[in-house]
Write a protein that binds this ligand. Structure first.
Ligand code: CTP
Length: 403
C-alpha cells in the first residue's frame, strides 16, 4: 500500500452515534496509509466505544475534556487543532453538524473544529428520518457553502431496524477523501479525465461471447489516482469486479460498440483520454438470438468482422484532448508500440509486454515501458498497479506542461 498520508497529522473526532465503533477501522486505515492520528471524543461517543480502545490504537491520550483537572495548559483544543493537517469527524451526528453550522462551540470537539484552520471533513451517521430532516439538509448546505467537506451517508440496514439512508459511508471511501484532501495540488486539478477499463464482450449468441481476462485493475488504479489529484473522473468500464470511490463516475458497458458510444458521449468535454481497456478487435458478424444448440453445430464456422478502433477514430477528431493508449504486445514489443503511437497519433503509449513469465492481466503488479510523442522511452520497474498509476500520471502531467 502506498503511504499516501506519510507525515500527515489527522485529528479524528468521534461523536455519539452507534457507528462510533467503525471509527476504529477508519483510524487503523489512516495509520496504514502513513498518517499520525490523535483522537477527540464527545461524552456521547464514550457511551458507544471506550476511550481506551483509541488510546491503545494511537498510544496517545484521547482528548475530550475542555476543563481537565490537574493541568496547567487548558488550551489543548487549540494546540491539537493547530497540530492537525486535517480534522475528520467520523461519525458526525446531526447534533455536531448543527452546532458547527451555527457556530456553537460548547465542548472540546466543537471548540477544536472552530479553532482549526485545517480542512474539516465530516462523515455523518444517523437514522434515516434524521438524514431527511430539512434542518439537517440545510445545515449540511451551510457547511458546504463555507468550505467544510460533508460526505453523503450510505444507504442500507440501520441500527433502528429501518432501511434507508443514514449509514456511515464505507471506511475505504472516507479514507479516500482524506487522501484526496491532503494530496498536494496537481495539474490534473479540475481536468476532465475519461479512462476506459476492462475487457469488452462480443456476443456470439445470447449466452456465449468472445472476451479476454482483463481485470480492469490498471484502469481503476489510474482513475483513483486522478481522483486523488483533483480531476473530474469518468471510468467507462467493461464487465469487471472492481471497487471505485463514489466520487468517480462509472459508466458500465458491455461490448466495443457501447464502449465507443459512451466514450464518444464524453469526448467533446474530455481533456485527457486514457484507453486501458482491452477492447476486442473482432466481433461475430451476427449475434444469434437465444442459445444455439450443439446438435447441428458440430462444425460451426464463426465469421468475425473487425470492431471500430476507438482510439484511432477519436484521434482523428481531437481538438485539445491529450491521448494515452496501452499496447499489449507479445513480440517486437518496442517497435510495435512505436507504430501504434504514430498510427493512433498518441501523446503517450504504455507498453505492456506479455511473456511466458509475465501475464499482465492476472497479476496485481505490472512492468510497463512509457513511450511519449517525442519517442522518449522510459522503462519502469515491476510495480504494484497503484504505484504504476502514480508514475503514469506523473508522466502525463509533464506532457500537459508541454502542450
Ligand atoms: N483500442 C481501441 N479500440 C480497439 C482496439 C484497441 O481503442 N478496437 C485501443 C486500446 O484500448 C489500447 C490501444 O488501442 O489503448 C492499443 O490496443 P492493442 O490491443 O494493444 O492494439 P491494437 O490496436 O488492437 O492492435 P493489435 O491487436 O493488432 O496489436
Amino acid at each position: 500500500m502506498i503511504q499516501r498520508l506519510k507525515n500527515k497529522h489527522v485529528l479524528l473526532g468521534i461523536t455519539g452515534s452507534i457507528a462510533a465503533y467503525k471509527a476504529c477501522i477508519v483510524l487503523r486505515m489512516l495509520q496504514n496509509a502513513g498518517a499520525e492520528v490523535r483522537v477527540m471524543m464527545t461524552d456521547a461517543a464514550r457511551h458507544f466505544v471506550g476511550k481506551w480502545t483509541f488510546e491503545a490504537l494511537t498510544q496517545h491520550e484521547v482528548a475530550g475534556d475542555l476543563f481537565p483537572e490537574n493541568r496547567v495548559v487548558k488550551t489543548e483544543h487549540v494546540h491539537l487543532a493547530e497540530w492537525a493537517d486535517l480534522l475528520l469527524i467520523c461519525p458526525a451526528t446531526a447534533n455536531c453538524i448543527g452546532k458547527t453550522a451555527a457556530g456553537i462551540a460548547d465542548d472540546f470537539l466543537t471548540t477544536a473544529i472552530m479553532a482549526s484552520r485545517a480542512p474539516v471533513l465530516l462523515a455523518p451517521a444517523m437514522d434515516a428520518q434524521m438524514v431527511q430532516n430539512k434542518v439537517f439538509i440545510r445545515n449540511c448546505g451551510i457547511l458546504r457553502d463555507m468550505g467544510y467537506h460533508v460526505l453523503e451517508t450510505g444507504s442500507g440496514h440501520l441500527a433502528s431496524g429501518l432501511t434507508g439512508p443514514g449509514r456511515l459511508e464505507n471506511p475505504e471511501v472516507i479514507v479516500d477523501y482524506v487522501i484526496k484532501l491532503l494530496t498536494p495540488p496537481s495539474r490534473l486539478f479540475s481536468k476532465r479525465v475519461c479512462i476506459s477499463a476492462g475487457p469488452t464482450r462480443e456476443h456470439i449468441d445470447d449466452v456465449r461471447f468472445i472476451s479476454n481476462a482483463s481485470s480492469g485493475k490498471t484502469g481503476a488504479a489510474l482513475a483513483e489516482e486522478a481522483f486523488f489529484r483533483g480531476a473530474d473522473v469518468t471510468l467507462v468500464s467493461g464487465p469487471v469486479d472492481i471497487r471505485t470511490n463514489p466520487g468517480i463516475h462509472v459508466d458500465s458497458v458491455l461490448d466495443t460498440e457501447s464502449m465507443e458510444m459512451r466514450i464518444g458521449h464524453y469526448w467533446p468535454d474530455t481533456d485527457i483520454l486514457v484507453m486501458t481497456a482491452a477492447v476486442s478487435d473482432f466481433r461475430p458478424e451476427d449475434r444469434i438470438k437465444g442459445k444455439t444448440k450443439k446438435t447441428g453445430h458440430e462444425n460451426w464456422p464463426l465469421k468475425l468482422v473487425p470492431t471500430t478502433d476507438i482510439l484511432k477514430k477519436l484521434s482523428g477528431s481531437r481538438t485539445r484532448q491529450l491521448l494515452v493508449g496501452f499496447a499489449l504486445e507479445s513480440s517486437d514489443a518496442l517497435d510495435n508500440a512505436r507504430k501504434k503511437l504514430k498510427s493512433k497519433s498518441l501523446d503517450l503509449i504504455c507498453l505492456n509486454e506479455i511473456s511466458d513469465s509475465h501475464k499482465p492481466f492476472a497479476s496485481e503488479s505490472n512492468e510497463i515501458t512509457l513511450i511519449d510523442r517525442d519517442e522518449n522511452v522510459e522503462k519502469l520497474p515491476m510495480l504494484p498497479k497503484e504505484e504504476l498509476a502514480v508514475r503514469i500520471w506523473n508522466k502525463i502531467e509533464t506532457l500537459m506542461d508541454d502542450s
